[in-house]
Design a protein around this ligand. Structure first.
Ligand SMILES: *Cc1c(COP(=O)(O)O)cnc(C)c1O
Length: 441
């Protein structure tokens, strides 16, 4: 027993540090930093948690995890998972990110050699995608876009908003608090389930600067409900000279037949919205960004506000957004629109490789988009303990736990990723078998 006890075979620190597989990490992170991790990993061997021959790989893994986010395969069936970073970027957007890592012409015209409109390719692409918008602006996220627009239009004055649209966007952040923190006073009108045009009209005073319509994107009120349409509010805005701001949230630029309840930017502007705001990393399928669209002079006013400088998007975002808008499709679009039959084929393929059964599985758009919309799909079923093991693998696989089972929903796992998923599950299976074997012995 003594000679085979792995605890007695802990590789020496010097020997581990001399391994060529750790050379690059020592030159980039420093020898001390790597040595600290080697000692921790050696402790795992002493405790019997790790085989001695796996030390080098474990050190590499550990160091990589400390400086990089861990790549995750999304097997949740939720397309825009906020905790997983929302939209997965299109290949062209990924290339654009890498290509923009150094110096770029983000704000320079290389022909004339003078300063140019920052991020003009993304702005031009937005203009092409939303013909009703004469101007566009890109900031850090949807919350920044909305704050900046309302600050510009209504600081120190009132904005009318329906009581049914006072939403919390997640992690305890509420739009009303965000808006009021910018020095804009919210005047709530109507009730939670019904707000009519007359409620807005009756609340207009000389203090009112704008009307705000927010798409309550992460919940749905059902039953006895009504709301004023953008077109109705646009009429009131024309009659009273107030601006009409529409926060559509999800970033659909044009209507999508599969998502009939999701508002889109082009339709809102055609219906008379002064400015539309939305996110870049929801249904638009791009990087985290906030987008402002509207008539050129209205957008320019927002762009000139001093706070814009605090919210402006960086070169990577602008490059990825331009590339996303230039792509024929995005992983987000594909995952939402993939036919159920194709998902079944994909799940059966994965199920065969894993010798595991498949079941129907309901997916979601997520990320606070299209609430209540079921996306029928398929999943492979594994025993519950797999969920944790898969999360700890590399790449990590985040599955859904439901009814005491682990479900691998294949909606966001394109066919070309199935090899990786298979390898991850087989590694988890080995690990669970080892753990089961030793505890049973
Ligand atoms: C998601 C959302 C926001 C916040 O956008 P972020 O990009 O997450 O900052 C604001 N309003 C609505 C309606 C949303 O759906």
């Amino acid at each position: 027993m003594a000679t085979t006890d792995p605890r007695r075979r802990v590789p020496r620190t010097d020997a581990v540090l001399a391994d060529p597989l750790l050379a690059d990490l020592q030159s980039s992170l420093g020898r001390d930093r790597v040595r600290d991790v080697v000692r921790e990993v050696q402790d795992q061997v002493r405790r019997g948690d790790l085989a001695p021959e796996d030390v080098v790989a474990a050190v590499r893994d550990d160091l990589r995890r400390r400086v990089r986010h861990t790549q995750v395969l999304n097997a949740t069936g939720v397309v825009l998972h906020t905790n997983l970073g929302r939209a997965q970027l299109a290949p062209a957007a990924v290339e654009a990110l890498v290509a923009s890592a150094g110096c770029t012409d983000v704000e320079l015209d290389l022909v004339t050699g003078v300063r140019a409109r920052r991020g003009r390719r993304a702005l031009d692409a937005l203009g092409r995608a939303v013909p009703a918008a004469g101007g566009a602006l890109v900031v850090n996220n949807g919350a920044a876009a909305l704050s900046l627009v309302l600050t510009t239009l209504a600081q120190g004055r009132e904005v009318l908003v329906s009581r049914g649209e006072m939403v919390e966007i997640g992690d305890g952040f509420r739009l009303p608090d965000l808006i009021e923190s910018t020095g804009v006073r919210l005047r709530e009108v109507g009730t939670t389930n019904r707000t009519r045009l007359a409620d807005y009209a009756g609340a207009v005073t000389e203090r009112t600067a704008a009307i705000l319509k927010v798409h309550p994107s992460n919940f749905r009120v059902e039953g006895f409900t009504s709301e004023a349409t953008v077109a109705e509010l646009a009429g009131l805005s024309r009659d009273t000279g107030l601006s009409l701001v529409v926060d559509i949230g999800s970033g659909l630029l044009q209507p999508d037949a599969l998502l009939p309840d999701e508002p889109d930017a082009d339709t809102a502007l055609r219906a008379g919205a002064t400015l539309v705001t939305c996110s870049g990393d929801k249904l638009l399928g791009g990087p985290q960004a906030g987008i402002v669209l509207g008539a050129a002079d209205e957008v320019e006013r927002v762009r000139r506000h001093p706070l814009q400088r605090a919210f402006r998007a960086d070169k990577l975002t602008l490059a990825a957004l331009a590339a996303t808008l230039g792509s024929a499709t995005t992983p987000t679009y594909e995952a939402v629109h993939v036919p159920e039959g194709e998902l079944r084929t994909r799940a059966e393929d994965l199920g065969r490789r894993l010798a595991a059964p498949v079941v129907p599985s309901v997916g979601r758009v997520g990320g606070g988009s299209a609430p209540g919309l079921d996306l029928p799909g398929w999943a492979v079923v594994l025993p519950e303990p797999y969920a944790e093991r898969l999360r700890l693998g590399s790449p990590a696989v985040v599955a859904r736990v439901e009814g005491g089972r682990t479900l691998l929903d294949v909606r966001c796992l394109p066919t070309e990723r199935l090899d990786e998923v298979t390898a991850a599950v087989l590694a988890a299976r080995d690990h669970l078998a080892d753990a089961g074997g030793s505890s049973g012995a």
